[in-house]
Design a protein around this ligand. Sequence first.
Ligand SMILES: Cc1cc2nc3c(=O)[nH]c(=O)nc-3n(C[C@H](O)[C@H](O)[C@H](O)COP(=O)(O)OP(=O)(O)OC[C@H]3O[C@@H](n4cnc5c(N)ncnc54)[C@H](O)[C@@H]3O)c2cc1C
Length: 381
Amino acid sequence: MDFAPSEEQRAIFDLAREFGAEHIAPHARTWEAEGTIPRTLWPELGALGFGGLYVRESSGGSGLSRLDATLVFEALSMACPSVAAFLSIHNMCAKMIDAFGSEEMRARVLPEALPMQTVLSYCLTEPGSGSDAAALKTRAVRGAEGWALTGTKAFISGGGYSDAYVVMARSGAAGPKGISAFLVEDGRPGLSFGGLEDKMGWRAQPTRQVQFDNCAIPATNLLGEEGHGFRYAMSGLDGGRLNIAASSLGAAQAALDATLSYMGERQAFGQSLDRFQALQFRLADMEIELQAARIFLRQAAWKLDRGAPDATRFCAMAKAFVTETGSKVADACLQLHGGYGYLADYGIEKIVRDLRVHQILEGTNEIMRLIVARQLLEARG
Ligand SMILES: Cc1cc2nc3c(=O)[nH]c(=O)nc-3n(C[C@H](O)[C@H](O)[C@H](O)COP(=O)(O)OP(=O)(O)OC[C@H]3O[C@@H](n4cnc5c(N)ncnc54)[C@H](O)[C@@H]3O)c2cc1C
């Protein structure tokens, strides 16, 4: 058993952290106010190999492990969790295309998606189905020329912004086995978008409904095999959950780092805040919680990389634990800043707002508990 990151892993973390500090953090508030991330940022991240983190090297990706990838998301989210999380979604789609797409689709999509000349979004949720994703209703009908999609996807990160969408739609009977996955490029006739959602956090990345009205796509845009779309959609989620957890961890660590500095400067009752033992104990508690979260997250990533039979359960446990710990720590940091924590200038309130959604998406934390409990009960026999 070895808990030390390798030299290469340390270099990956430092590269992402330095990039975030220089190219993301100084602009994060502006992008949040503008409600969009400049498209020019993505090719810069692509140039670092972050557009296809775990896409195979033979397909032009970086071929990193899931554990390595969590280091990228942890480091980038120290600058802005909203940007880091958007990168995670793009990576999830790129991996699906690499793992399940035909050679023709890989050759068509990946050369631009990996350097992030193009960005990809993931369309599973619908207005009537979120946690119960397999109940989705968007229809895919096969015609002479290809497929026609009709339906609405809700809450799509990058809706109306991305260059292409990986869309799960019903091509067959009810249930997960009637679902196929498709690639829908921006500009296809019948593709349109709802208005910009006004959100609590993740405000830098645009979220919209994605609507399909008899949207025609060629037969070659079917991703992998018909009827396997739900399996493909779920296959990315274990890793996606780790990325979201890593994003909570990095942002909460940034909040703790800022709080440590602040408490050395802020005076009350004739001394700096860090002299009060009651507050020192809060700092210690946050450190304990974040270190525990980090180890748990890395263990889950390690299990996923090794294909351990309990990897899904560990990813679910880590997602719930780390996202809840991250939010708890960020909220405690806000409290330790007093009124200043509530002001945007100090950067803490944005972290609190951005992290909240991590308990809701990539499967809500209730669904994570469902996964854990189900497996516990099954194992009991
Ligand atoms: C900012 C944002 C960005 C998003 N981006 C994307 C995206 O890019 N692509 C995409 O496809 N989706 C995206 N989503 C959707 C997200 O994945 C869903 O919101 C999430 O899966 C929950 O679904 P729901 O909102 O329909 O809630 P529901 O499923 O209606 O759940 C409501 C509540 O009931 C609980 N619940 C439901 N079923 C059970 C159960 N069996 N047992 C116990 N509790 C249960 C839930 O945990 C939750 O607390 C995004 C959402 C947000 C807010």
